[in-house]
Design a protein around this ligand. Sequence first.
Ligand code: ADP
Length: 537
Amino acid sequence: QFPFGRRLPCDIYWHGVSFHDNNIFSGQVNKFPGMMETVRKITLSRAMRTMQDLFPLEYNFYPRSWILPEELPLFVAEVRMMKDSNPSWKPTFIVKPDGGCQGDGIYLIKDPSDIRLTGSIQSRPAVVQEYICKPLLVDKLKFDIRLYVLLKSLEPLEIYIAKDGLSRFCTEPYQEPTLKNLHQVFMHLTNYSLNIHSGNFIHSDSVNTGSKRTFSSILCRLSSRGADVKKLWSDIISLVIKTIIALTPELKVYYQSDIPAGKPGPTCFQILGFDILLMKNLKPMLLEVNANPSMRIEHEQELSPGVFENVPSPVDEEVKVAVIRDTLRLVDPLKKKRKDTHTLVCGSVPMAGLAGMSSEALPEPTPSAVLCRRCQSLEQAPGARQELPDAPPSPEAALPSLCLKQVFPKYAKQFSYLRLVDRVAALFIHFLGVKGTTKLGPTGFRTFIRNCKLSNSNFSMAAVDILYIDITRRWNSMGLDHKESGMCLQAFVEAFFCLAQKKYKSLPLHEQVASLVELCECRLAALHGKRLAWGCH
Ligand code: ADP
C-alpha cells in the first residue's frame, strides 16, 4: 500500500474506491472513471428506463421505477391509472435513497401517499420501485444473489461472470407484504449488514447452510427439485450483458473525459457486484449494481457481550478469492507474451461454456478465447517443456481452472442490436469537442444538427436552440452534478429521441432511433470520409 502515492509506475493499480484515488498515467487500474456515479440508484434507474423505452421486453428484468422527488406526480398518476384499470392490483413499493447502501433508509409502502418527503434523511433524492412480492424462497426465507462480474474492457466490450456467487438470506420467514409486516426488515431486506444483527443470523462454515451460502449450493437444491438451472444461468447472463450495455454509454463519456483517446494513459477494468433477486417462477430481477462490492473474507463474531473478533468466513473465501485471483490472471500484463507463445504451439481451443449454461440458447464461443485446456495440460504433461525451450514457466498451470467465464464478446452477436444508445453516445462524444468535458455546449449541439443536416424549413436553427435550452435546463435543474454547465449525455439522448420521433413518425421508438443514428453516421461519414469509431458496423 502506498497511501501517499508512489513514484515508479506500476503494472496494476488496485484502488480502494475510485479511479481518482491516485494520478495514474500508465498501467491498468481496477476502477473505471465515473463507475460509482453510473451505478447510483437514480442513474442506473434512468439508464434502465431509457433501455426499457427502446426495448421493453428485453429490459423487463428491472422493476418499474420512478425518481423522487421529481417524478412523484408521475408516480402518483401512473399508480392511480394502473389501479383504475385493474382494481385487484394491490401493489407494494420500496423506497430507496439515492447513493444509499446496506439497506440504509429503505422502507416499504402500499400507497404513493405514504412517501416521506419531509425530514432531513427522507428528503434525499430516492428511487421508488415496484416491490417484488413473490420471491423464490428457500427454507421459507427470502434471499438474494450477489454475483461478481468483471468488466475487463469497455472498448472493445469484454465481460466475464463468476460461475459462483453468494446467496444472502433474510432471517425471518417471508410473508407477502401487508400493512402489518411492511416494517419487518429481517423479513423483507436481504442485506447481510442488517440481518447480521438479527438474533436468528446463522454463521456457518458450510457453503450450503446458514444465512450466507454459495449460489451454487442453491442451484444444486433447485436442480434436485427439477428446476431448469441451465435456463436460469442463461437468463442471468442475459441480464448481466444487457445491464452493462445500458451502462456503457455513460461510462464512455466519463472515460474519454479522463483518458482522452490517442494519448498514453492507463486502461481500466473493474469487478462489479450484481444484486439479483429470483422470483418464484425463477425469473432473475436486477436489484442493483455495486461498484465497490465488499471483498471481505472474514466476519465479525461476538465472543462475549461487546467483544468482537474477526474470524474467517469460508463461504466468502471460496467465492471471493477465486474472483480476485482470476481477475489478476486475466489482466496479467505478462499474459499476452505467454499467449503469443502458446498460440504458436496449440492454436486456440476455447474453454467450455459456463457450468450448467444452456448451450442451445446462446451461440458457440468465438475462437478468440485465450486459455485452453489442451494448452494447460500440455504444460502439465511431463516433457512438454522440452517442446517449448524458450517459453517462460506458466504460473497458471498450477492454478485451478478459471471461475470467471467470458460472456462478451462470446455472445456479442445476440445482443449487438441493443447497443443503440452507445451509438448515440458516440455522436455525443464526437461533438463534445474539447477533451476533458462531459457536457455539450450550445455550439456543439448546433454543429451536430448542422453536420448531420437535421434542420430544415420545419425545424429551424432557432427551434434547435429552443430544444437545447429546454432539455438542458430541465436536466440541470434535477442533476446532481453542477460542476459543468451544458447538456449531459442523458439530455442529449432525450433530444435525440425527440428528433427521431419527429422525423420517423410511424415507426416504433427503437426503429426511429436506429434510423436517425444511421442517417447521422452516414452524413458524418460523407463529411469526414469515414465512420465514427463506435458507430462502425
Ligand atoms: P442497498 O444498496 O441499500 O442494499 P438494494 O437496492 O440492494 O439497496 O435493496 C436492499 C434490499 O432490499 C435488497 O437486498 C432486497 O432484499 C430488497 N429489495 C430491493 N429492491 C427490491 C424490490 N424491488 N423488490 C423486492 N425486494 C427488494
